[in-house]
Ligand binder design. Structure first.
Ligand code: SF4
Ligand code: SF4
Length: 355
């Protein structure tokens, strides 16, 4: 079999970093670290035989090449076929029929009139919302939102709730809400006395997670770490052309101001007098939508750039919109993670954002 041409599965896409590369397995939300030498081989020789590679390297690296291919085979990243032309690369074009794909709505003391927003979600063809409550909220309010979405047969198919921990937290009560509402993707409870994740009730949907971290306002957003990497074709493709956080995003901050992101100062009206569509059509709303990771200082050399989100609200140099996300502690030049908040080079920006 190994005499035949090797082919990288089309949904396994290599990305080269400064020191090392990864293969993004976009089918199973996984990624594999590989040396840059293997990346170069995959780029140059995909569809050819292993013998061709060995010959081209004058048999000086046969052992290493065999190790590489054992690794690729063991992880089911390649297959063999003598007609490689039948297996073209997967397109990474990205498109969406939605004017807005995802909406964040922040709440603290003020409770927005949710009913007036539902018809506007339809106009924007938005199907994913995240509701972040910084102050205690009655679960009846959550249920009323879910009820009206059901009655209106809303196109919203996925909702994330972020809520503070509450006294007499009752897991079964939340499980009942999730069981009765298939639209719920997750309920995250912050400021919990312990960290705990529960299994989703439905495939990848309907899970509860308790986190000790306290999320008192929108300034807690924008953290980058490995747990938030997503290796899927949707994010990977979007990342080639657009910003992976802000593209087709709309937000309503806790005062009702309509923004691209709740942490950004630019407001395009308030939901009390402006519709979401009117805000979206204003100049400047889409300012960040087409900034890709390949344009960002440091990120452009990072092997994780197409599975990572890109925060533009909190950046290392607040006046340079192409600077690296502030809350990332990864250095692609050393391949080490460190605590971003204690990095001396970030202290000026940390002061600027008043963290
Ligand atoms: S730009 Fe940053 S702060 Fe804004 S929503 Fe994205 S990650 Fe959060
Ligand atoms: S350096 Fe950039 S691309 Fe890499 S992990 Fe940090 S934010 Fe993501």
């Amino acid at each position: 079999m190994k005499q035949s041409n090797f082919i990288l599965f089309a949904d396994c896409i290599p990305v080269k970093g400064f020191n090392r590369s990864i293969i993004c397995d976009t089918k199973s939300n996984n990624y594999y670290l590989i040396p840059n030498g293997l990346y170069d081989i995959l780029e140059e020789y995909n569809g050819k035989t292993i013998d061709t590679i060995k010959k081209d390297f004058e048999h000086r690296y046969d052992e290493i090449i065999d190790e590489y291919f054992d690794f690729l085979l063991n992880n089911k990243l390649i297959f063999f076929n003598s007609n490689p032309e039948l297996f073209p690369k997967m397109s990474t074009k990205w498109n969406s029929p939605s004017l807005i794909t995802n909406i964040i709505i922040d709440y603290d003391e003020n409770i927005h009139d949710f009913n007036t927003l539902i018809s506007q979600f339809e106009i924007l063809k938005c199907s994913y919302i995240q509701l972040r409550f910084y102050k205690k909220i009655d679960l009846d309010y959550i249920c009323s939102i879910l009820k009206v979405l059901k009655e209106e047969k809303s196109r919203i198919v996925s909702i994330d709730f972020i809520l503070p921990y509450y006294e007499n937290f009752n897991l079964e009560e939340l499980n009942v809400i999730i069981r009765e509402n298939s639209r719920i993707h997750s309920i995250i409870i912050f400021n919990s006395p312990y960290d705990k994740s529960y299994e989703p009730l439905r495939q990848k949907m309907g899970y509860i997670m308790l986190v000790e971290r306290n999320i008192i306002n929108e300034k807690h957003c924008g953290i980058i770490n490995e747990e938030y990497f997503y290796s899927n074709i949707k994010l990977f493709s979007e990342s080639q052309h657009h910003n992976t956080c802000l593209n087709k995003k709309l937000s309503i901050d806790k005062e009702g101001n309509i923004k691209n992101c709740p942490s950004m100062p630019a407001s395009f009206g308030n939901i009390k007098e402006t519709t979401l569509s009117e805000a979206l059509n204003q100049d400047g709303f889409k300012k960040y939508w087409n900034i890709t990771k390949d344009q960002i200082t440091t990120c452009k050399d990072c092997e994780f750039r197409h599975i990572c989100t890109d925060c533009r609200a909190y950046i290392e140099e607040p006046h340079n919109i192409f600077s690296k996300p502030l809350k990332c502690g990864y250095d692609p030049y050393t391949n080490e993670w460190s605590d971003w908040s204690t990095n001396p080079l970030k202290q000026k920006a940390i002061e600027f954002y008043e963290f």
